[in-house]
Design a binder for this molecule. Structure first.
Ligand code: FDM
Length: 212
């Protein structure tokens, strides 16, 4: 019917420090929504498959050096190059589960000492998430989980700074989840929040833009 044609998908973002469990939880959410019969896609930023994404990837692997502001703008450009696809997916009714987004962009660059307003500026006009799930973990605990793969930002002292920056960006779309709980408990909490958000979007919640 006409109502279901108009209903849109939800933009769900997972954020948090490295090793907080974001990536596993994103794929669990994706599978469970798919299982319920929803139209859903799993995305991540950086999207390393684009031209810009390849520059970002070699920077993260320490294969190239870039000025802090230059890499910041590349991360942002990597979101801009996906923006129209994002909007058309959402409007066609597909929910997007997105592993990292503009909050990572700002938190990681601000942790290097860049001005937070400067960092936010290029994100302005990107689609605002309907829900930001912040997987909260102490940097020390994340580090103990091991598996820091040796990429550029995977160092305890830096992650501590990132975590402070993240928490300064909390707004009404954020839900903070204790990521030190067992994976199944985290998953249950996330699932409930996501289903609520998907429902609100189906019922006509308008899309909006960063920053609110
Ligand atoms: N990162 C990620 C940024 O610094 N800015 C951004 O805009 C985004 C999306 O890149 F350390 C950082 C965060 C992380 C690294 O993350 C790549 P993955 O999730 O390990 O690919």
């Amino acid at each position: 019917d006409s109502k279901s044609k108009e209903s849109r998908g939800a933009l769900i973002v997972l954020e948090g420090l490295d090793r907080c469990g974001k990536t596993s939880q994103s794929s669990r959410l994706f599978s469970s929504l798919e299982g319920f019969g929803y139209s859903v896609d799993l995305w991540r930023f950086p999207d390393r498959n684009t031209g810009v994404g390849q520059m970002i990837s070699s920077y993260l692997l320490n294969q190239t050096q870039l000025d802090d502001r230059t890499i910041h703008l590349l991360f942002s450009a990597n979101r801009w190059e996906k923006r129209s696809m994002m909007e058309s997916k959402l409007r066609s009714g597909t929910t997007l589960i997105v592993d990292r987004y503009s909050y990572s962009g700002v938190a990681f660059s601000a942790a290097k000492g860049l001005d937070i307003e400067w960092c936010k500026a290029p994100e302005k006009g990107l689609l605002a998430p309907d829900l930001v799930l912040y997987l909260d973990i102490q940097p020390e605990e994340a580090a103990e989980r091991g598996g820091y793969g040796g990429e550029r930002y995977e160092q305890l002292e830096f992650q501590k700074k990132v975590s402070q920056q993240y928490l300064m960006m909390r707004d009404h779309s954020w839900k903070i989840i204790d990521a030190s709980l067992p994976m199944e408990d985290v998953e249950k909490q996330l699932s409930a929040l996501v289903l609520d958000s998907v429902d609100l979007c189906r019922k006509g919640k308008p899309l909006s833009q960063l920053w609110p």
